[in-house]
Design a protein around this ligand. Structure first.
Ligand code: SF4
Length: 439
């Protein structure tokens, strides 16, 4: 299986941001053919044959989401392209929009055509100014050339896209929360059902699809659904963008790569020019802030939804982060759990209170105040929070702690005995006091 694939980002160093450059590569040909020679069911059939799964985390089949949005009586339906990198360190959506914005626009129009949608939102982080500018410029060019608006490419299909720049923390990227934000309401995750495909934006059927998912639509239409399956795994076809963060954690040590599904974590790190071993690294976190920490012995795990889940990690935000060799995993779990406790929307108790209790108990361990009972409590919370949370944020927020306890149990035992295994933890008794009383 080839490790390097550039279906979405184009060749290294190549920018397809300008409409002319995109069209020289065959851009918008798939759209013209679909609007001229195919009906929406045929487009949906190609996406179904391709087995395209949502890149936003859950891996739901894109064709099913579009089909659910399309059913029922005619009326307003919406498409939301989620290009909001929830994990602030993630650069996947931003890079895609900067380098290939017309691929995203063409994918959105094709998705709209397949599901009978005429109005769409491109939802992205407002602070990513280069990506916002690239998206706006591409939307302007597409509008001027008759690729957006009324009667696209002389067909009878109308389609508009509105760019919405938003800055609302980690939860700003959660599906039900972003619909609330677009409605102008406070950020709160919503109970499902009803699902957005039944009652989403303004109470109408809405397909919320990740920017990478939509960018794959023109690729599928150009090659055909079956041919698209040649790349990736049996379960998941195509490629994945990954933000890879090296041990220093700096921006200079961060790269965005594109790999076929099925390559191992180790192969992805090599593509990002990172050779990871015990002299440089302690673990690799797969999935971003809600991801799981895999020990170096697990680096041959294939990158795919199910294989990562079995290992305790997730595809999540699409971030691979190398933790330096001196990392104490109790301290790391404390930092990440504390961060996530501050990002919860607060709607349900297991997540809102549970994550604060987890962060507090970990602060106790780091402060030489922990007992074996704290370890029992933490283990109980890994189940209780995941089982009792309303949305995916709470379900996954416990992954860092769960994998730290699963793979690095000796670090926790050492802290109960009053030692930090890497000699890096400084007591934080004041923090423990504060957290306990916040509850
Ligand atoms: S799990 Fe957390 S983020 Fe999700 S609804 Fe509950 S409190 Fe909000």
């Amino acid at each position: 299986m080839p490790e390097q694939q550039s279906q979405l980002l184009g060749a290294p160093g190549q920018s397809l941001a300008a409409l002319a450059a995109y069209q020289r590569q065959g851009g918008y040909t798939a759209l013209r053919q679909a609007l001229t020679n195919q009906n929406p069911d045929q487009v949906l059939g190609d996406v179904r044959a391709a087995g395209l799964r949502g890149r936003g985390g859950a891996g739901v089949l894109a064709a099913e989401k579009l089909a659910l949005t399309a059913r029922g009586e005619s009326g307003a339906r919406y498409l939301i392209c989620n290009a909001y990198d929830a994990d602030l360190r993630c650069r996947n959506a931003e890079t895609l929009l900067e380098r290939n914005p017309h691929l995203v626009i063409e994918g959105m129009i094709l998705a709209g055509f397949a599901a009978g949608i005429h109005e769409a939102y491109l939802y992205l982080r407002g602070s990513r100014t280069a990506a916002v500018a690239a998206a706006q410029q591409a939307l302007r060019e597409a509008q001027e050339r008759g690729l957006l608006g009324r009667g696209i490419t002389d067909s009878t299909f109308d389609f508009t896209i509105t760019a919405a720049g938003v800055e609302r923390g980690f939860m700003g990227g959660e599906e039900s929360s972003l619909i609330e934000i677009l409605k102008g309401r406070p950020l709160k995750a919503q109970q499902r059902p009803p699902y957005p495909t039944d009652a989403g934006l303004f109470g109408q059927p809405t397909a919320v699809l990740n920017v990478e998912t939509l960018a794959n639509m023109p690729v599928i239409m150009a090659r055909g659904g079956q041919a698209f399956r040649a790349i990736g795994t049996e379960a998941t076809s195509g490629t994945k963008l990954l933000t890879v963060i090296g041990p220093s954690g700096t921006a200079d040590d961060t790269r965005v790569i594109e790999v076929p599904f099925g390559v191992s974590v180790r192969q992805a790190l090599r593509q990002a020019r990172l050779e990871v071993n015990e002299s440089t690294a302690r673990a690799v976190v797969v999935g971003g802030k809600e991801g799981g920490a895999l020990p170096l012995g697990q680096l041959d795990t294939p990158i795919d939804y199910e294989t990562l889940e079995q290992a305790g990690a997730i595809l999540g935000s699409g971030v691979l982060e190398v933790l330096p060799k001196e990392t104490c995993m109790v301290h790391w779990a404390m930092d990440v759990s504390g961060y996530l406790a501050g990002e919860t929307c607060g709607k349900c108790v297991p997540c809102r209170v549970g994550m604060k209790r987890v962060a507090g108990a970990l602060e106790g361990l780091v402060s030489d105040l922990g007992t074996r009972d704290d370890l029992t409590l933490l283990e109980e919370f890994t189940r209780y929070i995941a089982d009792g949370s309303l949305c995916g944020f709470g379900v996954n927020a416990i992954n860092p702690l769960a994998t730290a306890m699963r793979y690095f149990a000796d670090d926790f035992t050492a802290h109960v005995e009053g030692r930090c295994p890497t000699g890096t933890c400084a007591p934080v008794r004041a923090h423990r006091y504060t957290t306990k009383h916040v509850l």
